[in-house]
Design a protein around this ligand. Structure first.
Ligand SMILES: [Zn+2]
Length: 289
């Protein structure tokens, strides 16, 4: 199984059953519900590492996540500006929670966050402006006015590590936390293949010419609704030039240096990506080869 955070979701999404309103209502009557507030899942304790499910729910928005064995699981969005008090547990930001939660719970929480967030931002039909209605447990919205159907979106993002010989290029996006250097990334645009998006982004961000692009792995990334497409890109030379807008610095690192940094053997101003990010695995897996 992939070691990637937010992957490995164990739920049966019951695609064929969830469009049956009677089936869904029966599941709801004996369902377990995961509360969310301001995109934060309800987590048991601070260090317990699991999601806190409840047998009742209150809230305007409820989506079906899937079946865990025979148990139907749902997620509920709780409105309001003040944090609801639900007893044992608290609402935790998704990113820090991903370090603490069990892997399967991180994947389920990520699915729930991406889905709830989409509904909250897509209440009106982009075709005619009318209010839309939730269908299929949350995997579709329909417009009663013009009949248009709308599906939860997943946005493909390429994330790539340029390689030249025994070195990889890492960069500092100006939006990154201090000291972080990572792989390069960008949204795939309409009419573009994954490989083309990789080469375009590297050309734009660091003026680096690349050839062959190889696929590494993917990661669901619910901030808000991305699918990260991890790739390696063969650089044609070591020559690059940062764009000075998005990227404020970039450096070639040798394989030995990357290994030493991942092992914590170099203490300086540079940090590599944390273990919940696919960039960590892109860099680590290349360094291990
Ligand atoms: Zn419409």
């Amino acid at each position: 199984m992939s070691p990637m955070a937010f992957s490995g979701n164990p739920l049966d999404r019951a695609s064929y059953n969830r469009s049956d309103a009677a089936w869904l209502a029966a599941q709801g009557a004996r369902g377990l519900f995961l509360p969310f507030w301001q995109n934060r899942p309800f987590v048991a304790g601070t260090r317990a590492g699991f999601l806190a499910w409840r047998s009742e729910w209150e809230g305007a928005l409820c989506v079906f996540l899937g079946l865990d064995g025979d148990q139907a699981l749902f997620a509920v969005d709780l409105p309001g500006e003040t944090e609801p008090q639900l007893g044992e547990g608290n609402f935790q930001e998704m990113r820090p929670a991903a370090f603490v939660l069990k892997k399967r719970d991180t994947a389920i929480a990520g699915q729930a966050k991406a889905l709830l967030d989409w509904h909250k931002r897509h209440g009106f039909c982009p075709n005619c402006g009318s209010a839309t209605l939730l269908q299929d447990g949350g995997y579709r919205r329909i417009c009663p006015q013009c009949g248009a159907e709308h599906f939860p979106r997943t946005d493909p993002v390429v994330i790539m590590l340029p390689i030249f010989g025994d070195a990889c290029l890492v960069g500092r996006n100006q939006r990154f936390p201090p000291q972080l250097y990572s792989a390069f990334a960008g949204f795939v645009e309409p009419g573009e293949s994954m490989e083309e998006a990789v080469r375009r982004e590297l050309s734009e961000e660091v003026n680096l010419e690349t050839g062959a692009v190889t696929y590494h792995a993917t990661q669901p990334w619910p901030f808000p609704s991305s699918l990260m497409l991890g790739c390696y890109a063969e650089a044609k030379s070591r020559d690059f030039k940062i764009d000075g807008k998005e990227i404020e610095d970039a450096r070639w690192l040798s394989k030995d240096e990357v290994r030493a940094r991942l092992a914590g053997g170099i203490a300086d101003e540079m940090k590599l990506p944390v273990t919940i990010a696919i960039a960590h695995f892109l860099i680590q897996d290349w360094a291990k080869r």
